[in-house]
Design a protein around this ligand. Sequence first.
Ligand code: SI3
Length: 291
Amino acid sequence: VIEMKGLYSALMCSFDEQGQVNEQGLREIVRHNIDVSKIDGLYVNGSTGENFLISTDQKKQIFDIVKDEVGSDVKLIAQIGALNIDEAVELGQFATELGYDAISAVTPFYYKFDFEEVTDYYTTILENVDNDLIIYSIPALTGVNMNLEQFGELFEHEKVIGVKFTAPDFFLLERIRHTFPDKLIYSGFDEMLLSASVLNVDGAIGSTFNVNGQRAKQIFELAQSGQIDEAREVQKVTNDLIGEILDNGLYQTIKEILKHKDVGAGTCRKPMKSLTEDGVIRAKQMAEKYL
Ligand code: SI3
């Protein structure tokens, strides 16, 4: 699992006005991440990829295009989690056949599943997909909160190699790190990257890395080498930017910043709204000020 460590962009996807995947735009986003953001890998079809707004065919199309563009330049994790367990398995098999290095699955959400049901979901995926799996825990969006013992139960399966931990719970994060030194932990909140890095996470997966990947890498590497004051400075500038992005509209603003970098990032899928004219101007100002 060592080779899976590092910083992954939660990949954005380019959509046209009709909501279709814009292949050329998607390829440009991938290239920007590799050539400019200098990330170690891509997390494909996560929240940032608007995964829960698109069809199964579109998810497959995106897995396909991204693998074709990346080849073996960087690591690839396929987020295949879905409420329809058959779809999750189908996507897991699809991405694995394409050569994705690992799969990841969001905890099943909406119906307030208990832990037995969550375990059954992961077991079904693991039994049917021949790949390593990273649990995707994001309680604020799923409502699924797991404790240390529950993570431990899921980690008992040797194909479960780690967790994408997107929660502001540093007590739990420290306990997981300490208890499971051999599992991979990816930090999920970009604005908390330094705090998570100090706790010795193995990497991070973030939406803002699509544009701010170089700073994220600096934060992670400075923290690893104990240069905390320097890392704090970079996190401060990063958080100035993230604050402005969140105020303006998260995914829309990242796409608009990419467009100012001549990357065909397209629009967001409905029901996500578009930026106002003022929002577009603010995104341009962010691109000029920070990137
Ligand atoms: O699945 C994904 O696309 C992610 O990795 C999501 C990632 O954790 C982001 N979370 C969400 C909900 O978008 C963060 O990168 C987040 O956008 C960022 O920290 C700003 O809050």
